[in-house]
Design a protein around this ligand. Structure first.
Ligand SMILES: [Zn+2]
Length: 317
């Protein structure tokens, strides 16, 4: 592959982005970086990289942090440019009045450092399109002229609710925020906005640079789905086919981010959970939130209600 490339995993949290980041990062020509957008916040909070070391001591990130300098200032600049609130401004104003030069200098130094250390032509960035980072893929493509390809990862909103009910807020669990009020409403409105933002990115970056993928399909047939991603991303499939056919193991690297999964050094792709696509047993508030915000788009993604005659899992939607 001639030109270095960023595979950007967009969508909502709890959608399997860390799994996909680790899996793609196990390809010999790729490196999984996790939620790179939060590197500087994580470093300020003295949190740990997936390798187990604090970011300031990690063999990959310590050099990037040293090159960029004050992490608080860097985090502030990144958040201003990438937050969803400013996405219309980023699109219409193409960065006018945003600190685009400072942003480009920070991200440019960071990406150059990672490429120098890892030597892989493909970087996997799973910063997603939640509130804080919805504009990231565009900012990297437009302000740094990076070759960005977006994988829009979608998970059935009912599974997202089940995961939320089972484990609670990720950020609260990790001590970064107090438990949110009305968590199901926040989750479902966040699911809706994050997925719409990801689709919007696809429109702006162009069809060839956008691939929508359902997490369920990855769990159902990892070999077929990963082959398709590799072909689309310009990666050879040989590098990942054997592990994909055995569902693992895939080794975590130096992923940044809040998902507890990255603390496991090795993961396998588990088979899909049979009950996850129903609302049965969920609290009333969660069901209301689902119908209010998510049910329409969920059906559009091909996740029908069971009463509609079961589920259809067409490949590579
Ligand atoms: Zn590390």
């Amino acid at each position: 592959m001639a030109r270095p490339r960023i595979l950007y995993i967009a969508g909502y949290g709890r959608s399997g982005s860390t799994v996909l980041d680790i899996v793609l990062g196990s390809h010999p020509s790729a490196v999984g970086l996790g939620e790179v957008t939060y590197l500087f916040e994580e470093a300020v909070l003295d949190r740990k990289c997936a390798c187990g070391k604090p970011f300031r001591e990690c063999s990959l990130w310590h050099g990037a942090l040293a090159e960029v300098g004050d992490p608080r200032r860097a985090a502030k600049t990144i958040r201003v440019v990438e937050r969803r609130l400013f996405l219309p401004w980023l699109v219409l104003g193409r960065g006018l009045f945003l600190p685009r030069r400072r942003y480009a200098a920070i991200q440019g130094a960071l990406l150059a450092h990672v490429r120098r250390v890892c030597g892989a032509p493909v970087l996997v960035d799973s910063s997603k399109t939640a509130r804080g980072a919805a504009g990231r893929a565009l900012a990297l493509a437009w302000f740094l002229a990076e070759d960005v390809r977006v994988i829009h990862l979608v998970r059935d909103a009912r599974e997202v609710l089940r995961s939320l009910v089972a484990t609670g807020s990720n950020w609260a669990l990790e001590g970064r925020a107090s438990p949110p009020r009305l968590p199901a409403f926040r989750a479902m409105s966040g699911w809706l906005l994050s997925n719409l933002s990801a689709a919007f990115l696809g429109r702006l970056l162009g069809r060839r640079r956008y691939l929508r993928l359902r997490f369920h399909d990855l769990l159902d047939d990892p070999e077929a789905v990963l082959t398709r991603i590799c072909e689309w991303a310009g990666l050879d499939t040989a590098g990942i086919r054997e592990a994909a056919s055995k569902r693992g193991p895939f080794r975590a690297g130096h992923q940044v981010g809040g998902n507890r999964l990255r603390a496991q050094r090795e993961i396998h792709i588990r088979k899909p959970n049979g009950d996850a696509d129903s609302l049965a047993g969920l609290p009333v508030r969660a069901r209301i939130a689902y119908h209010l915000f998510a049910s329409l788009l969920n059906r559009h993604y091909g996740f029908p209600a069971r009463a509609d005659g079961g589920l259809s899992w067409e490949r590579g939607s």
